[in-house]
Design a protein around this ligand. Structure first.
Ligand SMILES: NC(=O)c1ccc[n+]([C@@H]2O[C@H](COP(=O)([O-])OP(=O)(O)OC[C@H]3O[C@@H](n4cnc5c(N)ncnc54)[C@H](O)[C@@H]3O)[C@@H](O)[C@H]2O)c1
Length: 305
């Protein structure tokens, strides 16, 4: 019987599927790196989220390891080269978190334009600042989407329904069908930044997008504009963003991801028109269930192949 070790907390449905699929499952959601190095030799498959690092050392200790499942997006915590060298299959479920991230982005736009976190905070301090919170509607405003993949398209669909004008930047051409259905116009990055009331980032992390948005780019944006980052922290040069907001180059931001997590840049905490969330874009019951079930499905297929 094939054995699978689940190293991080995943939805129960994923565990049930493994058992129903005839696998022997050990669930050790708080296993340490040292314990894992000892234990891995007994397993054919391993499932992780982001906490557990599947390093070269772990892979080399996994003498019968044939497949690694990452329940979610991104494979930064897995040494892909080491896995490839040993013919170990790596599977994940990048589409599982899309809808949850789409919804938090829409939430951020509404919260930013209507002062929701500021109003909540001051009311709880006993204040009633009704006249200070004159906001703006999203209807009729321009949304600039940087990275028009799964999440970018999902955001476009909802934003269109709200009545926003959508422009997008991507390194690859946007297909005609999407352009028509979502009424989106593809533009250069500089034009997207210049014309948008909200800019939302949905590019992958890595070399190609490192500090894509720095002070020079922020200076292209409208003074009234907001930027939202739910992609990867280092897509924005954080110090430049703090400078741009402090100096009223742009109005504000919503950040779910940071250059260092948890963030060490304390200046971020003092900016009034900035909403911060601890990388919770994909933290919904629905997304986590989908991440677990899709990943387990793919892991079982890999182990049975
Ligand atoms: N906050 C969270 O919890 C959370 C959850 C899920 C995903 N994410 C992140 O969201 C981002 C988008 O995810 P996705 O599923 O939509 O990815 P995706 O791969 O479907 O889309 C990415 C798009 O970016 C484009 N792109 C690549 N390099 C680019 C560049 N240099 N400039 C412009 N466009 C570029 C690609 O062509 C593609 O269309 C990723 O960074 C992912 O890690 C965050």
């Amino acid at each position: 019987m094939s054995r699978v070790l689940v190293c991080d907390p995943i939805d129960d449905e994923g565990i049930r599927m493994l058992k129903d699929g005839g696998f022997e499952v050990d669930y050790k959601p708080s296993i340490t790196a040292a314990e894992l190095k000892q234990a891995i030799k007994d397993y054919d498959g391993v499932v992780v989220r982001s906490r557990t690092k599947i390093t070269r050392e772990i892979i080399e200790a996994g003498s019968r390891l044939r497949a690694i499942g990452r329940a979610g997006v991104g494979l930064d915590n897995i040494d892909l080269q080491a896995a490839k060298e040993r013919g170990i299959k790596v599977v994940n479920a990048p589409e599982s978190l899309t809808q949850s991230v789409v919804e938090i982005v829409i939430g951020f736009m509404i919260a930013l334009s209507r002062y929701i976190s500021n109003a909540d905070k001051t009311m709880k301090e006993g204040k009633w600042l009704k006249t200070q919170y004159m906001g703006n509607e999203l209807y009729g405003k321009t949304l600039g989407i940087v990275g028009f993949g799964r999440i970018g398209r999902g955001v476009a669909k909802v934003a269109k329904a709200i009545g926003m004008k959508i422009i997008a930047y991507d390194v690859i051409p946007i297909d005609e069908k999407a352009k028509q259905e979502l009424e989106v116009e593809q533009k250069s990055l500089d034009d997207v930044l210049k014309e948008s009331d909200f800019v939302t980032l949905h590019v992958p992390g890595g070399q190609g997008t490192y500090h894509l948005i720095d002070l020079q780019k922020l200076k292209l944006m409208k003074q009234t504009a907001f930027i939202i980052n739910t992609s990867r922290g280092n897509v924005i040069k954080e110090d430049d963003l703090v400078y741009a907001i402090k100096n009223r180059i742009i109005t504000g931001a919503a950040l779910d991801v940071f250059e260092v997590e948890p963030p060490t840049n304390k200046e971020l905490f003092s900016l009034e028109r900035v909403i911060l969330t601890p990388h919770i874009g994909g933290e919904t019951a629905e997304a986590q269930r989908l991440a677990a079930t899709l990943t387990v499905q793919r892991l079982m297929e890999a182990l049975k192949a």
